[in-house]
Write a protein that binds this ligand. Structure first.
Ligand code: GLY
Length: 437
């Protein structure tokens, strides 16, 4: 496996539009309306989930075969020829491959995948002392979190608690937030900011809630709640769309800039950022039962699913406003140069949104439950169709095609991404556990 470099050129592939919407609606109609047929359909939906996990098992084994010397470089994406690319242990994505191994090993009861999950997870243990980014929640909760959930191994719990301690070193009580990146250089070329917070950071809070529950120390939870409240206030617009990056002055604690790093423009809505927000605020509501978080999660979800720019197959463009009048990328962003016609979709944003909507559907009233669940199912079925799901044995072993890492950086444009696969598997599992059992 090759190691990934920071930036590499886009392929400029065009996207094949989803074609199976009608088929899906016809398929789901009886399942949603008639109890007689729903039993049959329920069985076929169980088979659908099972066959996708079997596919995942085979693809993960292909990746394992390409990393036969064991956990060295962590699978992240592919190059333009479909060859697997990995990253060093410190990359924000390293928890997703072990996490996918755990979920698939568990669903398929596959001991080969379980052994691999243990090896790839334990390789990450030194990160428990890592403090150089805010991504420890992704890195450790997706790997060790799944490991602990499935094995109850107390050593894994200790790793998670130490990781939460490390994450808390990035909390600034004056600002009330965890610092995401160490610095952020504006695409406009006129400023570098020293306390950037990105919407993605909502995802790292789950590790902190876990640490408080396990230790009884409310410090972790306090930090998570403070971060979420500040994000709600400063990062979410009044219509429930989101800014990607909010920069604070760490002395005055004031917001000094609202910009984008991975979206099209400062005032646009980056699809994966919106997805992180829906997921993160839903999780915060689960952990706190604070209705403000539920209102924010539902507001962000409604903005996403009712957006005029959401395609009918519900797989969002990489940014909701890409190419629209009134939205202008910064002069140093590659968003204009890398822009394609048609505008690229991002299967990773769709997978995260599907998983989040399934959880959100459990916390809202009946009408909204059906709406969120049905859109999640539509996304899952579209991702599982030929437009997005890789042919067996291809795609470097990844499950989904057509993801976007960062168009402004010109990186991972229309490629597979390890985190798209992780949230796709989580969505399948949530569907199975919550709606098909
Ligand atoms: N957390 C980085 C990303 O979503 O690309």
């Amino acid at each position: 496996m090759l190691m990934i470099s920071c930036n590499y050129p886009s392929k400029g592939r065009t996207f094949l539009a989803g074609k199976n919407l009608l088929g899906l609606l016809l398929f789901l109609a009886p399942f949603l309306s008639s109890s007689q047929t729903s039993l049959r359909s329920q069985q076929s939906e169980k088979d659908f989930v099972k066959s996708n996990f079997q596919f995942a098992g085979a693809q993960l084994k292909k990746t394992l075969a390409e990393t036969e010397n064991g956990p060295k470089s962590f699978p992240r994406t592919t190059d333009r020829n479909g060859k697997l690319l990995g990253s060093s242990m410190e990359d924000w994505t390293t928890g997703f491959f072990p996490g996918s191994l755990w979920m698939t090993a568990d669903f398929n009861k596959d001991t080969t995948l379980e052994s691999a999950a243990i090896a790839w997870t334990e390789k990450l243990e030194p990160l428990k002392f890592y403090t150089k980014n805010h991504d420890l929640g992704f890195m450790m909760y997706c790997s060790f979190g799944n490991a602990y959930r499935l094995t109850n191994n107390k050593a894994y719990k200790e790793v998670l608690i130490q990781s939460a301690k490390s994450l808390c070193t990035r909390y600034n009580p004056a600002v009330g937030c965890i610092k995401s990146w160490n610095t952020f250089r504006s695409w406009h070329g006129n400023a570098t900011y020293n306390f950037p917070v990105i919407i993605d950071n909502m995802m790292n809070l789950e590790l902190l809630f876990f640490a408080s529950k396990e230790t009884g120390d409310t410090m972790y939870r306090h930090i998570a709640v403070s971060h979420a409240l500040h994000t709600m206030q400063n990062q979410i617009r009044s219509d429930y769309s989101s800014y990607h990056v909010v920069c604070y002055d760490s002395l005055s604690s004031k917001v000094v800039a609202r910009e984008t790093a991975q979206g099209y423009a400062d005032n646009s809505t980056w699809s994966r950022g919106q997805a992180w927000g829906i997921y993160g605020f839903t999780m915060c509501y689960r952990e706190t039962k604070d209705k403000r978080f539920l209102k924010t999660a539902a507001g962000m979800a409604d903005w996403y699913i009712n957006n005029k720019n959401l395609p009918t197959d519900k797989i969002s463009y990489w940014d909701f406003n890409a190419g629209e009048p009134g939205y202008t990328p910064g002069i140093n962003s590659k968003a204009l140069k890398t822009q394609t016609n048609p505008i690229l979709r991002d299967a990773s944003a769709a997978a995260i949104t599907a998983s989040a909507l399934l959880e959100l559907s459990r916390y809202v009233n009946d009408k909204k439950t059906g709406e969120y669940r049905n859109i999640a199912l539509q996304i899952i079925h579209t991702l599982s169709g030929p437009d997005y799901k890789a042919a067996p044995g291809t795609n470097g072993g990844f499950l989904l095609k057509h993801c976007v890492g960062s168009i402004p950086h010109g990186a991972e444009v229309d490629e597979p991404l390890v985190y798209a696969d992780y949230y796709y598997l989580e969505a399948l599992k949530r569907y199975h556990d919550w709606y098909l059992k």
